[in-house]
Design a protein around this ligand. Structure first.
Ligand code: UD1
Length: 443
């Protein structure tokens, strides 16, 4: 029988030894690269597996640190996690030993909060850490909590933990979000699949990863439908079955490689990529004057004919899907350092995603950071090698991009941030001709 008491929980204490990327820039990238499965789909699919006691099999799962952390959290709950081959995970949550997600897990990866809905729906209770610890407001999850309450859960907050229970069963209900939230939508939808009755979620996030999760939930026997672009409806079932699913391609990694080709004057074929998921990004490429050809499951970009000054500046703003993804804004900022004129950047979703541009300046970019959401990029600039530090996943990939395009050598500190979400990024780039190695960071 699962126990919901909190206890002192030792999360794997090891901190990985610091690593840096050493990059020799200025080489055009050429060749073919396989895009990995989408991080933001894989994490939710693995969480969905706890909705059933039957075995679930996932293919095309990216081999990244966030997946490792989530599977470790699942294993610590008592869920059986098998990893029979590269990119394949099998999950069997017949019963669990604990219904407790400790701060150590939540602080390592905010996305652990995606276990809230499915654990509560299946087992009727859960204790889960606020990802920001006892500091309400940092990394807010209020919309997730409100959604569970709308489905009949009783949720109390004490000392950094949410104590949630659903006496009997969750009840279907109306989940109305004050703003679009991706994981909030997913958590509500996961919970509603086992709730008693009909749930309507509005506005529901429209990201392709949400629809990938819907596909798998239907495979599990759930009655879930997107009944309008911003509306998801669920008729709860008493139980769900196991299933198998292949994760969709990562559209942010796709964007990262497209920018890499464009700024190094290279030519790349991206395989296992979904053109229809990167339309907003392709529109920016078109506006900047870079041709990209779409195949059925591949993309081709040829920037070998582009001369310095050919690219045109363009203004960009992030938006919920189908708008330009906030996660692809940092790579696009690097692209805009190579465009003629001033490009205005507006980050509409998060308040902490502009500061990293100060690091990009260390490689020669000319950027005015106006406030927490706005910046201007003046181009075209010749980037030069330098030393910069990574503060988060997407900024990290973008500093690598800048160093790949720069003249000379760069040292980019904080490699571990990038491993959270990119599979073997250094190996993928070096196979395309980049001068990049991962080294111990002793500075
Ligand atoms: C997901 C993605 C992340 C992406 C983001 C926006 C995963 C694991 N992560 O994050 O890569 O950048 O979508 O596309 O899928 N908010 C609240 N309260 C909440 C929840 C969110 O105020 O309870 C706010 C956030 O601070 C943010 C906005 O809502 O300003 C949108 O965030 P949300 O869509 O929820 O992002 P995530 O799902 O966490």
């Amino acid at each position: 029988m699962a126990d919901a008491r909190p206890f002192h929980w030792e999360f794997t204490p090891e901190a990985p030894p610091p690593e840096a990327f050493r990059i020799e820039g200025g080489r055009p990238l050429r060749g073919t690269v396989q895009v990995s499965g989408a991080k933001n789909a894989a994490l939710k699919l693995l969480a969905a597996a706890v909705l059933t006691g039957e075995r679930c099999r996932f293919e095309n799962v990216p081999e990244i640190e966030d997946v490792r952390v989530l599977t470790e959290v699942l294993a610590d709950l008592g869920v059986v996690v098998d990893h029979p081959e590269h990119g394949v995970y099998e999950i069997a949550a017949g019963d669990v030993d604990w219904l407790f997600i400790p701060l150590e897990a939540a602080a390592k990866m905010r996305a652990s909060f995606i276990l809230f809905g499915p654990l509560l729906a299946r087992f009727g209770r859960v204790i889960i850490s606020n990802p920001g610890g006892d500091r309400i407001g940092r990394r807010p999850v209020n919309l997730h909590v409100d959604a569970m309450r709308a489905l009949g859960a009783e949720v109390e907050y004490r000392n950094g933990y949410y104590y949630a229970q659903a006496p009997g069963r969750l009840r279907g209900g109306e989940v109305i979000f004050p703003q679009v939230t991706v994981m909030g939508t997913e958590n509500a939808m996961l919970a509603a699949t086992l709730a008693d009755g009909h749930t309507i979620i509005r506005p529901a996030a429209q990201e392709p990863e949400v629809d990938d999760l819907i596909l798998f939930l239907r495979e599990m026997g759930a009655d879930v439908q997107r009944t309008a672009p911003d509306t998801i409806e669920v008729h709860g079932k008493r139980r769900l079955r196991g299933g198998r699913h292949s994760v969709i391609p990562d559209r942010i990694e796709t964007g990262t490689f497209l920018v890499a080709a464009a700024i190094t004057g290279g030519k790349l074929t991206l395989e296992n990529a979904a053109c229809e998921h990167v339309e907003a990004l392709l529109e920016i490429f078109t506006r900047a004057g870079i041709p990209v050809a779409c195949g059925r499951t591949s993309l081709e970009i040829d920037a070998t004919g582009l001369r310095p000054g050919d690219l045109r500046a363009t203004d960009i703003a992030s938006a919920p899907y189908p708008g330009l993804a906030t996660d692809v804004m940092p790579p696009v900022c690097v692209l805009l350092t190579q465009a003629n004129g001033t490009s205005r950047v507006h980050e509409t979703i998060f308040e902490d995603r502009i500061e990293w541009l100060a690091e990009l300046r260390k490689l020669g970019a000319r950027i005015d950071i106006e406030d927490a959401r706005h910046a201007s990029i003046h181009g075209a600039t010749r980037l030069h090698g330098g030393e910069a530090s990574i503060s988060d996943l997407r900024a990290g990939a973008s500093l690598i991009l800048a160093a790949l395009a720069a003249d000379g050598a760069s040292l980019i500190h904080g490699a571990h941030h990038v491993h959270r979400g990119y599979e073997n990024i250094d190996r993928k780039f070096s196979r395309l001709g980049a001068g990049i190695v991962r080294t111990a960071d002793r500075s």
